[in-house]
Design a protein around this ligand. Structure first.
Ligand code: BEZ
Ligand code: FE
Length: 580
């Protein structure tokens, strides 16, 4: 078991309108609010707060200087406020958090960028030009209100840098030492939405859907930032930012693809191409650094200095997309089936980190399956059956007609066109076994008899073999084609089937052996019931109390098909019209 711990932090997150700010403040019990934010958004926020507004502070500054915080604290004290509302970017949020650190006052944050700081318990402050960072639970805001309208006018360059900064939080969470299944989920979704939204925002900054996606991504990424330890990327940004006074979001945006390539992350090339397409600085040189500045720094910073493409392995996403695109001209259904197949197979190789040797083994396995397959031995059906895939397809087909008899897999031993046989025949003539009189009826979904339905029946002998498996047997044995009479009835005689192993001398048998599975099928008789105008029913009846009902090797047993065979087999099959 992999141990981990995850704390869901009690932040109320609202995606809605700034007009609800007063109500949200009320929810937190705030009656005298200090509002932080420049007039640009502050005036609307003040109006929304109405009589809850006690004072305003407009001078929040980058990196949360302590002297600014002291001034704001004074205003808060003078007006005896009971909470802080901040609207704006990292500076406004930072100041609210600093006030909370000193006073414990509750905070409600309305972010207008994508930084994610509103979700964290981290506070960075500067004093005498030195930045220090600390974590404290009381610094984490109580509530966050995201209003996409506020972001529509954020310039594309700021949006892009801020969005990539958010992306960096998600990326770092994916390789954090304290990543959990929850941060993995948040990070994956954050990456997905941010990467899809950024180009759309760049193309049309007032695209509300794209802006909403970006804001949602920023929220999820901010959650990662709080819940997982940030690594190499943040250390480098912090280090360079502090040493050279670089702008925060832009530094993140420049470095992210280089750090990702350095970490061997698959989407490094994709992030590089994304950043390259956005109107932001693409190199440390554009941020003012020189060769001399990065003397003695890690190699990846040299590439970042010049903005050259980092050495990455080719993007597998791009490869998958290329293959999927190659099906564009195929007929609809073919395109869907092939595209999904390719995406699933590529995803399988990627998720399992499939090696060349493993894939060669798989090809060899399939080749052996092909070689062993003949007219009477179908290894691919066995493979599909033992992997449960045949039953999946069967359930998908049958679940569309819930009021009919359940279906079951066809299996490899059906022979098309068995001999027409009169009712009453004994299929087992001369064979050893427990005699079994069979009396079945075929009805429709109104319980009306279905006359003249063609009923193909096949089963194994007492030793568990089908005729086609026995070289010494010539001609059909224990298989026949009957027709129902005017009452939908069919009577014949046979023997009770026994459990049997599926053919296990080929690759499928080896697979079962390796995983420690037995090759047995629970005892059953096969039926295929057909009549023009009706859906053909392919199914099996299982002997109640028989062996392997719980571990049938092809996962074919369904409750509604387990029948008492004692003294005879008596069963009503219900089939439906083909339009049902
Ligand atoms: C059968 O029931 O005949 C069968 C079904 C799947 C695999 C092998 C045999
Ligand atoms: Fe069978």
């Amino acid at each position: 078991m992999t141990s981990f711990s995850y704390a869901a932090n009690p932040v109320r997150v609202v995606f809605g309108s700034l007009d609800t700010l007063g109500a949200e403040a009320g929810r937190l019990g705030l009656g005298r609010v200090l509002l932080i934010g420049s007039p640009r958004h502050g005036d609307r926020a003040a109006a929304a707060l109405g009589s809850r507004l006690a004072a305003r502070f407009e001078d929040a500054a980058m990196h949360t200087p302590v002297d600014v915080t002291e001034r704001a604290l004074k205003v808060a004290a003078e007006h005896d406020v009971d909470g802080v509302v901040a609207i704006g970017g990292g500076s406004a949020t930072g100041l609210a958090k600093a006030i909370a650190l000193h006073t414990g006052l509750p905070q409600l944050i309305v972010p207008t960028t994508y930084a994610g700081s509103e979700l964290t318990s981290v506070l960075g402050q500067t004093a005498d030009g030195r930045k220090t960072t600390q974590r404290a639970a009381k610094v984490r805001p109580e509530a966050v209100l995201y209003d996409v309208e506020l972001t529509l006018t954020l310039p594309v360059s700021v949006s892009a840098a801020s969005g990539l900064n958010a992306l960096a939080h998600a990326v770092e969470a994916t390789y954090a030492p304290d990543a959990t299944p929850m941060t993995d989920l948040f990070a994956a979704e954050a990456k997905r939405v941010i990467m899809s939204a950024l180009p759309r925002v760049a193309a049309n900054p007032s695209d509300v859907d794209a802006r909403t996606d970006l804001l949602r991504g920023a929220w999820l990424a901010g959650t990662c930032l709080d819940a997982a330890t940030m690594g190499l990327h943040h250390q480098l940004c912090h280090h360079l930012g502090g040493k050279f006074g670089l702008p925060h979001a832009e530094t993140h945006a420049v470095l992210l693809p280089y750090v990702m390539a350095h970490q061997g992350l698959d989407d490094a090339a994709e992030v590089f191409d994304l950043a390259a397409s956005l109107p932001i600085p693409h190199s440390l040189a554009e941020l003012g650094l020189t060769e001399a500045d990065i003397e003695g720094e890690p190699d990846l910073l040299r590439q970042a200095l010049h903005g050259t493409r980092p050495a990455t392995r080719p993007s597998l996403k791009a490869l998958t997309k290329q293959v999927v695109d190659s099906f564009a001209g195929a007929p609809d259904r073919v395109r869907v089936l092939l595209s999904e197949l390719v995406e699933t197979l590529h995803g399988y190789a990627i998720r399992t980190d499939l090696t060349q040797a493993e894939w060669e083994y798989a090809i060899g396995f399939l080749t052996r399956a092909g070689h062993i397959t003949t007219e009477t031995r179908q290894e691919f059906i066995l493979l599909s059956d033992t992997l449960g895939l045949s039953s999946v397809v069967d359930v998908l087909t049958n679940s569309r007609t819930p009021d009919t008899t359940p279906s079951a897999v066809l299996g490899p031993f059906y022979v098309d066109g068995p001999p027409e046989t009169p009712q009453g025949t004994d299929l087992a003539a001369g064979l050893p076994g427990t005699p079994l009189p069979v009396d079945i009826r075929v009805v429709d979904t109104d319980d009306e008899p279905v006359a003249a339905a063609v009923v193909d029946v096949w089963q194994s002998n007492e030793d568990g073999f089908y005729d086609v498996q026995l070289p010494e047997v010539d001609g059909p044995v224990l298989r026949a084609r009957f027709r129902t009479d005017a009452d939908g009835r069919l009577r014949f005689r046979t023997i009770v089937p026994s459990a049997y192993p599926i053919p296990a001398d080929g690759p499928v048998g080896q697979m079962l052996d390796v995983v420690g599975r037995h090759p047995y099928r629970a005892p059953h008789v096969h039926f295929m019931i057909a009549k023009p105008g009706y859906r053909t029913l392919i199914t099996q009846l299982f002997v109640a109390g028989g062996e392997y009902l719980d571990s049938d090797t092809v996962f074919g047993v369904k409750d509604g098909l387990i029948v008492d065979f004692t003294g005879g087999l008596d069963f009503t099959f219900r089939i439906s019209g083909s339009s049902a």
